[in-house]
Design a protein around this ligand. Structure first.
Ligand SMILES: [Zn+2]
Ligand SMILES: [Zn+2]
Ligand SMILES: [Zn+2]
Length: 240
């Protein structure tokens, strides 16, 4: 039976804009699970099931195979070249959504995961890049897994003046606006949030030795080098 195509949403027009095939939400979740299993060097259907937020059947896998996304080899699932590229985009949206949800909405764990899985399916590429830029092109999601780079991250690498830098890279007396805190250990992260150090806050590097010291909102605070390194800021260039 030929594939009916009812799992494909076509967006965009046939004109200049590139037509993008977006997978049905459930299929996207399965693609995500295949990717996550592969990160753990697992390709079996069982391990994919463990990584998947939705239940799926053999028919769903057959759909993905018919769409040219995966290759089914007995109990193992591998991505095709196209499938790998699509999964990379899906994972990018999911993990960006996680960073967004955890840093802006301050949701954690299960709640974060649930909202992230809803948000990701509604991110169109233009919004996705804006969110990535707003968050300072994060490299890792809140669980410490890598976020595939997008066009905005690559563009950003070339525009040196707009690069987000680590707090330890700016000179004493200079200011930066926190865009992103790389999750190191959870206790550190919570400690920072509890004293009000969070994305959006403007900090001044006060001095770097003998201790790394910052000022923000009338507070002076000594920070561990390791922690300071994980705080990313847009450096604020002042005139005069
Ligand atoms: Zn998801
Ligand atoms: Zn994650
Ligand atoms: Zn980016």
């Amino acid at each position: 039976m030929p594939h009916t195509g009812n799992h494909i949403h076509l967006t965009g027009q046939t004109g200049n804009r590139k037509e993008t095939n977006m997978l049905h939400e459930k299929l996207e979740e399965i693609m995500e699970a295949i990717w996550c299993a592969a990160e753990q060097e697992e390709t079996s259907i069982d391990s994919i099931r463990k990584n998947c937020s939705v239940d799926f059947t053999e028919n769903d896998l057959t759909d993905l195979e018919n769409l040219g996304m995966i290759i089914i080899n007995k109990d193992n699932i591998l991505f095709s070249k196209n499938g790998n590229a699509s999964a990379q985009e899906i994972i990018r949206r999911h993990r960006l959504a996680e960073v967004l949800v955890s840093s802006i909405l301050k949701l954690k764990d299960a709640a974060m995961e649930e909202v992230a899985c809803k948000v990701e399916h509604s991110l169109v590429p233009e919004v996705e890049d804006s969110i990535c830029t707003l968050l300072g092109h994060p490299e890792l999601c809140p669980d410490g897994k890598p976020i595939p780079k997008g066009r905005c991250c690559k563009r950003n690498l070339r525009e040196v003046s707009n690069v987000v830098v680590s707090l330890t890279d700016i000179k004493p007396g200079k200011k930066g606006k926190i865009t992103y805190i790389k999750p190191g250990s959870h206790s550190n992260m919570h400690q920072l949030l509890s004293i009000g150090l969070q994305p959006g806050i403007i900090v001044t590097v006060h001095r770097k030795s003998p201790a790394f010291c910052i000022k923000f909102e009338n507070t002076e605070l000594a920070l561990d080098q390791e922690i300071a390194k994980n705080i990313f800021v847009w450096e604020i260039k002042e005139d005069g």
